[in-house]
Write a protein that binds this ligand. Structure first.
Ligand SMILES: [Mg+2]
Length: 127
């Protein structure tokens, strides 16, 4: 299964990407929402996006709105991973079409639990 990790921090992309690779995902990366939309065009088989909120050019919220406006992306699971823990921002992201919301700092277990809940874990992988 292919995942797109969208974060302007290279370190965060590496951390999230490693967690996803460890549970069997093929990982591609983007540094902002606009680059992420390009990656989705190049990789129509992406099944999961992990999305930072604060990014230059196009932030995570704007990316979710843009992705949700395209019917061809309706099967992609959108998971926000961000420091923005304000209740109203969580509500906004979920209303715009995010499926899950992870607050930084997080542990691998938190992400893996959510992937499991979303039915995105390969049954072969032992958590
Ligand atoms: Mg950021």
């Amino acid at each position: 299964m292919k995942a797109l990790v969208i974060d302007d921090s290279r370190v965060m992309r590496r951390i999230v990407g490693t967690i996803l690779k460890d549970v069997g995902f093929e990982v591609i990366e983007a540094g902002d929402g606009q680059e992420a939309l390009m990656r989705l065009e190049q990789h129509p088989d992406v099944r999961l996006c992990c999305i930072d909120w604060n990014m230059p050019v196009m932030n995570g919220y704007e990316f979710i709105v843009a992705a949700r406006s395209k019917p061809e992306y309706r099967d992609i699971t959108l998971m926000m991973i961000t420091t923005e823990g304000e209740q109203d921002q969580i509500v906004r992201a979920l209303a715009a079409g995010a499926h899950e919301y992870v607050i930084k700092p997080f542990t691998a277990d938190v992400i893996i639990d959510k992937l499991d809940y979303l039915g995105l874990l390969d049954q072969e992988v032992t958590v």
